[in-house]
Ligand binder design. Structure first.
Ligand SMILES: [Zn+2]
Length: 445
């Protein structure tokens, strides 16, 4: 009979640790006195929990501020170096592996190019392993003690079912057990928590936590890369559907009769009109050409070519229609255009896309929707992948090293940081801003 009681006490302790740690992560540095009203915990509890987190090395002193009573108050923050996270983006043209500290500052990265049609499962597993070895052994914190590695998150261009089985119809993956393949490859540190999710959803998490989605409860974060995907956030939580495939916006049908063939095998999908691969194909069909070897360079050339004006106008019209569908279906307060191609096309097309969306969408929901560009750059998929183990870390109150099963999806942003609405992750956005730069290709949904 004592066991259930002990468990309850342990759960409460963990819950209090999680509450304090999450507040400090997103809104720190904060004093113990500020933490009280922000968390609803008593000053005694705050004192105990803060003491524990400091003793564990997860929280540290961040200076002090004067208070009304004259006695300075010590500020606390999450210690950025107390843990490390890895984010992996299995993209269209390359695999990117990045090592971050707890504040999601990049410490090391590895880019491993994929050949055209290069998503052979064995190769992808091997390259992820190689990337991990490179960032763990060759990074700025060389080598990262594996005990400080909190987990690995992987974003993939497909639907992720049961936490680790990938259905990637556009890359020829049919129920690929990526989680167990990675484990069996022997390239992962033993027992390290592993999380796999759709690339558009990891991008969505990153933009919601740190970027253009911050503060919104109902939003859609779109990923426009070679292909097209989306992450639908409903009341603060990513909407999953029955088997996690919700948000496959790229394969909603735009043209019924005579629609363009899509990589999914269907016809007339949005992706077959506005994904970078499709935009370039349409350009080639009209006599357009480019010299760049990669899609990103080719799309940049297209944007610089005055002859591509009509093609871009049409692209804006298609994208606007697709966005109107999102407005009518989900009534979001904000729609974020992200992904490397979205960020390249966006500055040029966003006004026209907005006009087109206005003409297709219902007036009332459209009037309450803002359409904005992503803020985290084309690397947001790896950042988002790293938030998967980060969410678990915060939810567990900082103790995730034991008893964490592999292949889980991780906590939802909404459930772990529900009170973050409108709140700034002080220190974090600037850390994120420091690493904004254009590079690499993104991942379609
Ligand atoms: Zn399709």
């Amino acid at each position: 009979m004592a066991e259930p009681h002990r468990r309850t006490v342990r759960d409460l302790r963990r819950s209090n640790r999680s509450t304090v740690l999450t507040k400090l992560y997103f809104e720190g540095p904060l004093s113990r006195q500020e933490l009280g009203p922000l968390t609803g915990l008593s000053s005694g509890s705050i004192s105990n929990v803060a003491g524990e987190l400091i003793a564990d090395g997860i929280v540290e002193d961040a200076g002090s501020v004067e208070s009304d009573g004259g006695r300075p108050r010590t500020l606390l923050r999450v210690a950025p170096g107390s843990g490390h996270l890895v984010g992996v983006d299995v993209g269209e043209t390359r695999i990117r592996v990045e090592l971050f500290d707890l504040a999601l500052t990049e410490l090391a990265r590895a880019d491993l190019p994929l050949p055209p049609d290069g998503h052979d499962v064995e190769r992808v597993v091997r390259l992820i392993g190689e990337g991990l070895q490179q960032v763990l052994l060759g990074g700025a914190v060389r080598p990262v003690p594996v005990t400080g590695l909190l987990g690995i998150g992987v974003g993939v261009p497909g639907i992720v079912d049961s936490g680790s089985v990938v259905h990637g119809q556009t890359i020829g993956w049919d129920a690929v057990p990526l989680g167990s393949l990675l484990r069996e490859s022997g390239q992962l540190p033993a027992d390290i928590p592993l999380f796999i999710d759709n690339g558009a959803k990891t991008l969505g998490r990153a933009e919601m936590w740190f970027g253009a989605g911050r503060g919104a409860r109902n939003a859609v974060v779109t990923l426009i890369g070679s292909g097209v995907g989306a992450c639908v956030i409903a009341d603060g939580v990513p909407y999953q559907g029955a088997s996690s495939s919700a948000g496959e916006w790229g394969h909603t049908v735009l043209q019924v009769v005579g629609g363009r063939g899509c990589r999914c095998g269907s016809r007339g999908c949005l992706e077959a009109y506005v994904g970078a691969e499709a935009v370039l194909q349409r350009w080639r069909e009209r006599g357009g050409s480019w010299t760049a070897a990669d899609e990103e360079g080719a799309l940049a050339e297209l944007l610089a070519d005055p002859a591509a004006g009509p093609l871009l106008d049409e692209t804006a019209e298609y994208l606007g229609a697709g966005i109107a569908d999102l407005v009518n279906l989900f009534n979001p307060e904000r729609i974020v255009v992200g992904g490397w191609a979205g960020l390249l096309l966006g500055p040029r097309l966003l006004d026209r896309v907005r006009d087109a969306a206005a003409s297709y969408a219902l007036r009332h929901p459209f009037a309450g929707t803002s359409l904005v560009l992503g803020r985290l750059g084309p690397d947001a998929v790896t950042v988002g992948a790293a938030t998967l183990p980060l969410a678990r870390f915060l939810e567990a109150g900082g103790a995730v090293r034991s008893g964490t099963e592999a292949g889980g999806r991780g906590a939802e942003p909404g459930s772990s940081v529900p009170e973050r609405r409108g709140g700034a992750a002080q220190g974090l956005p600037s850390a994120r801003g420091d690493r904004l730069r254009p590079s690499g290709a993104g991942t379609p949904g």
